[in-house]
Design a protein around this ligand. Sequence first.
Ligand code: GDP
Length: 301
Amino acid sequence: MSFMEQLKDGLSKTRKNFTERMEDLVGASVELDEDFMDEMEMILVAGDVGIKTTEKIMAALRKAAATRQIKSPAEALPFLKNYIADLLKTTGPRMRFKGHPSIVLVVGVNGVGKTTTIGKLSNYYRLMGYKVMMCAADTFRAGATEQLQIWGKKAQVDVIAHGDGADPAAVVYDGVKAAIARKADVLFVDTAGRLHNKTNLMKELDKIYRVIRKEIPDGPHETLLVLDATTGQNGLIQAKQFQQAAGITGIVLTKLDGTAKGGIAIAIAKELGVPVKYAGVGEGIDDLKPFDAMDFAQALI
Ligand code: GDP
């Protein structure tokens, strides 16, 4: 299956919710009148695009209609596709890998798919020729270390671990040291997903940052926030909290295959100003794809 096919497949629930409703609306409308605009707005909100972002999209659509840039309901769909692709478009490299090793911190609340994502990313970059290692610093969730070790075997990369209950900063220290000694290109660091209060999260992440920077002054090179697309607007709230605590550089949006509300990707990119870098579309090792704005908009509409 090609990437586009897999993405389309993964987004089938979202497409049903989004595209089919849009197509029905276009089929039932003769003019770009207020009824059409109101209904389109409802479809976007129901698809979890978020109120603010929906308003922005609708303002652009209304303006395009008023200036006769689009003249019929049928022309609204390609307009929306391009507009959404533009909203999601980012510039710059997908990952700032520099120095050996590059450190990628992976954060997010429990259950969003952090460990799975690290497994998939490790395999992805190993296949691209990078020497990859993992570091099991989620010592809080029972079994997280063992789960990462299983992913390490699948992805054929070394895992540095101490075990459940160990001091996360100590595991990171050993992970960084080992990555330097073994001349790894990339070290993915799994972290605990505690978020019962921001001060705790900040303190723990601070400690991890300090340990990394002692050895690698410009690290971590990326801090990826993993978000579960099925949690909808809740994900957006989580993202804002993590953004304040951790200074995230990119988002991995998981479980896009399990949601009808893939529109959340648009809300996240727009409201946080942080790029969505990868999309999870299944539980298998190959079910992670670099996020491409145009492909996403095309798969959606
Ligand atoms: P963590 O607590 O954040 O480390 O989450 P896990 O990596 O343990 O993932 C939690 C569950 O989500 C597991 O059952 C994974 O198989 C599942 N999962 C992760 N990513 C995806 C995805 O993209 N699609 C689907 N359908 N399931 C996923």
